[in-house]
Design a binder for this molecule. Structure first.
Ligand code: UDX
Length: 441
């Protein structure tokens, strides 16, 4: 099949590359000429395991090309995928300006029947709006289809090749057949539904996963108070098939480009329909506070943080990505600086992105994990990179002024800790808490 993807952000680029890998001819379009030039040279602008190899292979075998020319992309393909961003407006609503502009550009260039497939996360009713826009510009026949994207950063390629399901929101058989054919090599778990339901499935899925995380984080906060261990609680809950083991890892809350944006947008969608989504509002609120939990623990151990050296391990919103959008590290570091702490930070991949995103000076950026903790009064682990999980805790203890480890992602086990003298706090596992600072003062 020949197809065009408009937008080479996370969703567009991964989809374009993966669709070419399964045998389609794909044109990826972006108006950012600099980005297109870099992609043409085989440079992938995001850190995503596996993506570069597939990109280069498919460019070399002629199935994948990049261009800034939307006219070319529309004329050449009968299937056009919209994968541009829908960033949040100040009130939480999704900004549809890019999606609408692309719809207009496609309509102007149409030269026959096209399937316009939306992968951008858009509020219920947006695909109808796209249809209206295109109808107002051209008489050429077309169908609009909603195929929401569920890929996770860091495992986006794997998720695209073996999705849990594909959702196709469609109005007629002709378009359904074309889009089903495209996804056939990926999975047979396909949900075909109407367009509005497909749009809702994406928001409902992300909101539900965010709810699971905030739920387990609140259970963890209670575990801290009553002396239970949230890891075992989650394990015991997760074996129940109705609950499932995933997304029950307690920590400092969710971040990234999707959950915070999509939960806010769904609250707005509900509000616009005159419905107060109380549960989801609470989920968002719990998540905001969870980031500060780690600072309370630091203060419990160290008292006043003014002038104390606090090391930060991990800046990306999760491991295996360089994405720092809505990363908890941003608020944690900003607050530490406000409290007068000297902050030294390290992340294996996301340092450059994080430096650009933090609108404050005063952080010292370290080249290695152990440089960051040198003479520190405490280290806070904010992202569960393997490099941190595998760190030698005796070496850590020896490098620090006070060996305080605040583990915001519950990565260390009783076994690892029993060998060390670290003062250790995690989230909802009070029994792993060890030793008192007085030992060292
Ligand atoms: C998410 C959805 O999983 C994906 O389907 C959707 O298309 C986009 O949003 P992503 O943002 O890449 O993907 O990351 P994900 O792996 O889902 O993690 C989201 C956040 O939740 C991260 O900050 C992560 O640290 C946090 N998380 C996840 C937890 O705190 N606990 C968990 O148990 C799982």
């Amino acid at each position: 099949m020949k197809l065009t993807v408009v937008g080479t952000g996370y969703v567009g680029l991964v989809s374009g590359v993966c669709f070419s890998e399964i045998g389609n001819n794909v044109i990826c379009i972006d108006r950012d000429a600099d980005k297109i030039d870099r992609l043409k040279n085989g440079e992938v602008p995001i850190y995503e395991p596996g993506l570069q190899e597939y990109l280069v292979n498919n460019m070399n075998n002629g199935r994948l090309e990049f261009s800034t020319d939307i006219k070319y992309g529309v004329k050449e393909s009968d299937l056009i995928i919209i994968a541009v961003g829908t960033p949040s407006l100040p009130n939480g609503e999704a900004n549809l300006a890019f999606v609408e502009e692309v719809a207009r550009n496609i309509a102007v260039e149409m030269n026959g029947y096209k399937v316009i497939m939306t992968k951008s996360t858009v509020p219920v009713g947006t695909n109808e709006r796209i249809k209206e826009i295109i109808c107002s510009i051209t008489d050429h026949p077309f169908d609009v289809v909603s195929v929401p994207e569920f890929l996770r950063e860091g495992s986006a390629v794997k998720d695209t090749f073996s999705p849990d399901r594909v959702v196709i929101g469609v109005e007629n058989k002709r378009a359904e057949e074309i889009v089903s054919e495209l996804h056939k090599p990926l999975t047979d778990k396909v949900v075909v539904t109407d367009i509005r339901s497909a749009e809702m499935i994406k928001y409902a899925s992300n909101a539900f996963l965010a709810t699971k995380i905030s739920f387990i984080n609140e259970i963890a906060n209670i575990c801290d108070k009553v002396g239970a261990d949230v890891s075992n609680v989650a394990k015991g809950m997760g074996y129940d098939k109705r609950i499932g083991p995933h997304f029950l890892n307690a920590g400092i809350g969710y971040g990234g480009s999707c959950f915070p944006k999509d939960t806010d947008a769904l609250i707005q969608i509900a509000g616009n329909a005159d419905y107060d989504f109380k549960l989801l509002k609470a989920v968002v609120d719990v998540n905001k506070h969870q980031r500060y939990n780690i600072l309370d623990k630091l203060q419990q151990v160290l008292g006043n943080l003014n002038g104390k050296k606090i090391a930060i391990w991990g800046l990306a919103f999760k491991p295996n990505t360089d994405d720092v959008r809505d990363a908890p590290a941003n608020e944690v570091i900003t607050e530490l600086l406000k409290l007068g702490a000297d902050v030294s930070a390290y992340d294996p991949i996301a340092m450059d992105n994080f430096k650009k995103s933090l609108d404050q000076d005063g952080v010292s950026w370290s080249e290695t994990a152990f440089e960051a903790v040198q003479n520190a009064d405490a280290v806070c682990l904010l992202t569960e990179w393997d490099e941190f999980k595998e760190a030698d805790l005796n070496q850590l203890e020896a490098a620090m002024r006070f060996p305080v480890l605040i583990d915001g992602r519950n990565v260390f086990t009783q076994e690892q800790l029993s060998e060390s003298n670290l003062i250790y706090h995690s989230v909802g596992r009070p029994r792993l808490q060890q030793k008192e600072l007085e030992l060292y003062v």
